[in-house]
Ligand binder design. Structure first.
Ligand SMILES: N=C(N)NCCCC(=O)O
Ligand SMILES: [Zn+2]
Ligand SMILES: [Zn+2]
Length: 326
């Protein structure tokens, strides 16, 4: 954050979205939640949280299309209102949130794209802004974790996903959307006693996948267990695992059941409801969240913005949790 503690009484209030009772929501540029673009803020105005699009999907193993995720989530975010009653917070009134646009990354060369994402994310956060990134496939988590680690040290990663994403290689390739958290663990970016997968389910390659993921630092709270214990107990387990560490939250939208999020590249049956996911995220209020992403929205498989709206609400809850921590 660029500013610490509650805003001083004479502090300049953040610039939020236009008043939707005067400016119809379906007008104007599709920035996230109709927020200002970073370049449209008054010169020198610090940004607390930058919403950054990362349209990259060259790392996918199945259906492509997540490169169109950022534009879709922005379009699906027009109906968000300024006040979040569940957390009693107005995220755009407490924090200066702004849309930093899209990074331009090489769609033909994964290694170069990862380097470009790392540089781009570092530039956007250079003045202390935190990042809420909109993917893009899950490959992008690796460079984002590198950037967060450089500033905050080893990270407690909270990973909402149907998949482990701790596999080793695909076709011999180490940088894919199924491998970012193995690479992050190998690179020493993770606090291995404090990472957690939530929402895991579906078929694996073999019985060794789960213990291998545990060796890399991840406890697992899968959908079967989640159904058994309920979301309040899930929140307790999450908070116990994350502790007081710097937390990075990575939300693969396929953690939701395909009924709640059909627009994604590797859908798996038996997932979380959007109500459960939003409640779980709200349960993070008070933790030290240093960065977050929402990935794997692939609009070509979406209907009526169902997935886009779910992702926009996930992003809004993440911003609300950041704001509630102020
Ligand atoms: N990160 C996502 N969404 N999916 C990873 C699935 C990798 C696989 O095909 O095994
Ligand atoms: Zn996934
Ligand atoms: Zn994933």
């Amino acid at each position: 954050m660029t500013t610490a503690g509650p805003p001083a009484p004479d502090a300049v209030p953040p610039i939020g979205p236009p008043d939707a009772s005067r400016s119809p929501r379906y007008t104007g540029p599709a920035t996230f939640a109709r927020l200002p673009r970073t370049e449209d803020l008054p010169a020198g105005r610090p940004v607390d949280v930058a919403v950054l699009g990362i349209p990259f999907d060259t790392g996918v193993s199945y259906r492509p299309g997540a490169r169109f995720g950022p534009a879709h989530v922005r379009q699906s975010s027009r109906l968000l209102r300024p006040y979040n009653p569940e957390l009693d917070v107005s995220p755009f009134g407490v924090l200066q949130v702004a849309d930093a646009g899209d990074l331009e990354v090489n769609p033909f060369h994964i290694d170069e794209a990862i380097a470009q994402i790392e540089q781009g994310a570092a530039a956007v956060t250079a003045d202390g802004a935190r990042l809420l990134s909109l993917g893009g496939d899950h490959t992008i988590a690796l460079p984002l974790l590198r950037v967060a680690h450089r500033r905050h040290g080893p990270l407690a990663v909270l990973h909402f996903d149907a998949h482990l994403d701790t596999w080793d290689t695909y076709f011999g390739e180490p940088y894919t959307h199924g491998t970012p958290f193995r690479r992050a663990s190998e690179e020493g970016l993770l606090d291995r006693d404090h990472c957690l997968h939530v929402g895991t389910r579906a078929s694996l390659y073999g019985p060794e996948d789960l213990p291998a993921s545990a060796d890399l630092g991840f406890a697992t709270l899968g959908c079967t267990e989640l159904e058994r214990i309920g979301v309040d107990a899930v929140v307790e387990r999450m908070r116990a695992r994350l502790g007081d560490r710097p937390v990075y939250v990575s939300v693969d939208i396929d953690v939701l059941d395909p009924g709640f999020a059909p627009g994604t590249g590797t859908p798996e049956s038996g997932g979380m409801s959007s109500r459960e996911l939003l409640a779980a995220i709200r349960g993070l209020a008070g933790l030290e969240i240093v960065g977050a992403d929402v990935v794997e929205v692939a609009p070509a498989y979406d209907h009526a913005e169902v997935t886009g709206i779910a992702a926009a609400h996930v992003a809004y809850e993440l911003l609300s949790v950041l704001a509630a921590g102020r």
